[in-house]
Ligand binder design. Structure first.
Ligand code: ZN
Length: 169
């Protein structure tokens, strides 16, 4: 899934947070954070590092949450809970929209790559930056259902921003 859609999905998810305005940027950040591995990956197909496994976020956020628990600091607990939920949301949407690489849900215990629609790994032998231009972007949009799904996420986020976020109670 494209970065903007990840940000949009984090924004939509923040809506379900009872204290959404305070944590809204953290939700958006948490929903893109696994893609940091794109910075050091050579290709789109191999950019799913350990940051794209639930195991990593369970450990990191578990430790963070525990520190918050020991220090009796609800904000620290909240921060790591949001990072956990946001990163899982990222992995789930990457799983749904997988085109060249899926999600190894059970890594490191098994290395099976999971995806909803058939993937074409050889199409992902391009740099991360080439994702935004043809031929990758045209290949990506060949799956009309996923294209509509992604566009809808962005539209819903925009509607939420215009009609919900700006509304003063
Ligand atoms: Zn990703």
């Amino acid at each position: 899934m494209f970065i903007n859609s990840h940000i949009a999905s984090g924004y939509i998810a923040s809506r379900f947070d009872t204290d959404d305005r305070k944590w809204i940027f953290l939700w958006m950040f948490a929903a893109i954070i696994p893609d940091i591995d794109g910075l050091w990956s050579k290709t789109v197909a191999d950019h799913h590092s350990i940051l794209h496994t639930p195991f990593f976020w369970v450990i990191v956020c578990g430790i963070g949450w525990f520190i918050g628990h020991v220090r009796v600091d609800n904000d620290i607990k909240r921060i790591f809970l949001i990072i956990f939920l946001g990163s899982l949301l990222h992995l789930f949407t990457d799983y749904i929209t997988a085109r060249t690489v899926g999600i190894k849900w059970f890594s490191p215990f098994n290395t099976v790559d999971y995806y909803l629609f058939m993937i074409t790994p050889e199409k992902g032998n391009i740099s991360i930056w080439e994702m935004l231009i043809p031929p990758y972007v045209t290949f990506y949009m060949e799956n009309k259902m996923l294209t509509i799904f992604e566009i809808l996420i962005n539209i819903i986020a925009l509607i939420q921003y215009l009609f919900v976020y700006n509304k003063t109670d």
